[in-house]
Design a protein around this ligand. Structure first.
Ligand code: FEO
Ligand code: CA
Ligand code: CA
Ligand code: CA
Length: 670
């Protein structure tokens, strides 16, 4: 292990100014290069991407909307080496698509049907990519196009179901009449990892991809309740894939996106297709032919991410999860099995996953006004989680895991302001959770609580934005990963520096660190960042209430600890000037320990960040630049615009990963 000692360990760069340029801006003394653009070929013999809408074969190209990413080191001989900083596998999610740029003249529909070739491209652009990266001379990184490790996992890749819901009636489909297998993963947003070298990818906004109508008479009341609670309510499904008139006789790869129930058994229709998604999926990036496993013990929801806490020998490890929708909950899964250090070196990584991720207890968080909190167990037969639950009578533990949100409702968990990423402070073990924002419908003036305390109007932009439009970051402290209680405070509130510091800009942000809509959140690896005296945290923002002032950004932070601030009561203001007070708990103002490191190009979101274990190379995801444009008039030309020269007005933007290095060879950010 290479440990880079920095003394004193402190952020060591000058803050980047907010801006709306069509480039990735970083501090003086740093260099940006671009890899893994949407469409880049990742298999031998695949043609270079033309980026004019004619390209095909996306199952062998980088997908669209790159999201969370993570580095998995490789030794010189091509075996797993968690400490390698010069050769490794970059695993990145591909959440969604800018369909307008994937086709010559945008997405089309012919006689009410999507053309099969267009739908195939769009489907293949989702999922996950694994690519081999090598550092060459002069800090230059290359992607090995013909590496045998390179892989695309798509919505059609064969998957196995594992854990308590495996074989449940709720997972039985025409594809898998026994409910043990599935096809693919979709809307992969944030991620997680394990010390045994596997990757976790999380299925977030899968519900919208399904068409749903005309089958209510064939559905039970329970089924209809579940579909409604999960938002499987679209009358078309995103991108209309189920309209494809396909050449294959069964037409199951497109037809499946219409989740219609027939009059017979579930195995003869598509009613359970939505139950295939909403899971945490584990796969082995070092084994490109291995079958990913859906870990049903971790519940089904709009999984944003799944980040582990500390691994302590003899303690049961835990993974922390946000369910990203307005008024959804925070969860943790505690394994049934105490950690054994030797498992980190096992070579059958998915078998180790079976050991730790297939049995355990799923909990949902309740935040109390006094700064304490409780983890409520989602266990069949406990606390009314059984057939007596009037809103949704549970049949068994599989029913609870498939319909996790309905079980959490029953227990009285705390609805949050859109829970996004979780992160674990490697020194204190404290868990951070971004709450990206909420609006007046989701968080009305009289609907605040101590953990989601703000309601105000952010006057930026052309319309009033009441609610909590700039979001906040909450953090919890537990005795250990097995704990069923915790304490909490709010690390920071997003806000423009110009907003009222008494009731809105509660963390006293200034021009060097003001932000909105926190989303991505990652602590630097334990092998760098000042020997872990003050670990560094990266914070990324999504399209929020600040995009009239600046493009989305990434900040670096060295946060304190839960309770370093104190109790406070704020006065909220709703539309029409009504007011209400709310008590909360706010950490110490971050000041110079929170600083803007990067601003992205036009209409992007900053998604995903990791570094090599030595901290000298940082990888950052730039998602959907120019998402509001058209093929004829793109609104961004990034990454072609990154070099700063003239760019043709018709150049289409692409998601990509940027590699950031410090020109003096040091640790990025310090
Ligand atoms: Fe895909 Fe919640 O961000
Ligand atoms: Ca996100
Ligand atoms: Ca987001
Ligand atoms: Ca996005």
């Amino acid at each position: 292990t290479t440990t880079v000692t920095v003394n004193p360990p402190a952020l060591g760069f000058t803050a980047v100014a907010k801006n709306k340029l069509d480039v990735v801006t970083v501090p003086t003394g740093y260099t940006v290069s671009v890899i893994n653009r949407t469409g880049d070929p990742i298999a031998a013999g695949v043609a270079a991407y033309k980026n004019d809408g004619t390209d095909t074969n996306f199952a062998q190209r980088i997908g669209d909307h790159g999201d969370a990413l993570y580095w998995y080191g490789l030794s010189a001989t091509g075996t797993r080496d968690p400490n390698s900083s010069t050769r490794g596998l970059l695993v990145q999610n591909h959440e969604n698509i800018n369909d307008q740029y994937l086709h010559v003249a945008g997405a089309t529909t012919v006689n009410g049907a999507r053309p099969e070739s267009e739908a195939q491209k769009e489907i293949d652009c989702h999922g996950v990519s694994v690519t081999e990266l090598v550092e060459g001379a002069n800090r230059a990184w290359t992607v090995k196009q013909d590496s045998t490790f390179n892989r695309r996992i798509t919505p059609a890749t064969a998957m196995a179901f594992n854990g308590p819901a495996k074989g449940s009636d709720l997972l039985k489909t025409a594809f898998s009449p026994t409910g043990v297998a599935g096809r693919g993963t979709i809307n992969n947003c944030a991620n997680g990892t394990t010390p045994w070298g596997s990757a976790l990818t999380c299925e977030e906004n899968w519900a919208g991809y399904f068409r749903r109508s005309g089958d209510n008479a064939n559905r039970s009341a329970k089924e209809l309740t579940a579909l409604s609670r999960y938002g499987v309510t679209s009358s078309t499904g995103s991108y209309g894939w189920s309209t494809v008139v396909a050449a294959d006789a069964a037409n199951t790869l497109f037809r499946r996106w219409d989740a219609r129930a027939g009059t017979g058994a579930a195995t003869t229709d598509f009613r359970n297709e939505p139950n295939q998604f909403g899971w945490v999926v584990e796969f082995d990036p070092y084994s490109p032919t291995s079958t990913p496993r859906k870990r049903t013990a971790l519940g089904r929801m709009g999984h944003e991410g799944c980040w582990p806490g500390a691994f302590v020998v003899g303690k049961k490890p835990a993974w922390y999860m946000g369910d990203d929708s307005r008024r959804e909950y925070m969860y943790k899964f505690v394994s049934a099995t105490a950690w054994v250090a030797a498992d980190a070196d096992a070579t059958d990584r998915l078998a180790i996953g079976d050991k730790y991720l297939d049995s355990g207890t799923l909990y949902v968080a309740k935040f109390n006004a006094d700064g304490s909190g409780t983890w409520l167990p989602l266990v069949f037969g406990q606390n009314g989680l059984d057939g007596s639950n009037a809103a949704y009578p549970f049949a068994d533990q599989a029913d609870i895991l498939v319909n996790t949100r309905l079980a959490a409702d029953k227990l009285g968990a705390t609805p949050m302001d859109r829970p996004e990423w979780t992160a674990s402070n490697p020194v204190t073990g404290e868990i951070y959770l971004t709450l990206t924002n909420n609006n007046a419908a989701g968080r009305p003036l009289n609907g605040t609580d101590a953990a989601n305390p703000r309601h105000y109007n952010d006057p930026k932009g052309s319309t009033a934005q009441f609610g909590n439009p700039n979001g906040h970051i909450i953090r919890i402290k537990e005795a250990d990963t097995e704990a069923t209680s915790f304490t909490w405070d709010i690390y920071a509130f997003g806000a423009g520096a110009d907003l009222d510091k008494t009731n809105i800009n509660l963390s006293s942000l200034d021009a060097s660190n003001d932000f909105s809509s926190p989303d991505g959140l990652v602590f630097a690896r334990a092998t760098h960042a000042g020997g872990q005296v003050k670990p560094m945290m990266w914070l990324q923002t999504d399209d929020g209430a600040y995009t009239d002032v600046t493009n989305c950004m990434m900040l670096a932070a060295q946060p304190g600890t839960v309770g370093d601030g104190g109790a406070r009561t704020i006065t909220n203001t709703g539309s029409g000037g009504a007011t209400a007070t709310q008590a909360t708990r706010i950490g110490a103002a971050p000041g110079a320990n929170l600083r803007r490191f990067l601003v992205g190009p036009i209409e992007c979101e900053i998604t995903g960040v990791d570094s090599t274990p030595d901290g000298r190379t940082l990888f950052v995801g730039i998602q959907h630049p120019g998402e509001g444009g058209t093929p004829a008039a793109p609104t961004s030309h990034w990454p072609d615009s990154q070099a700063g020269g003239a760019v043709a007005a018709t150049i289409r933007p692409r998601s990509a990963v940027v590699v950031i290095t410090k020109n003096d060879g040091g640790v990025v950010g310090l």
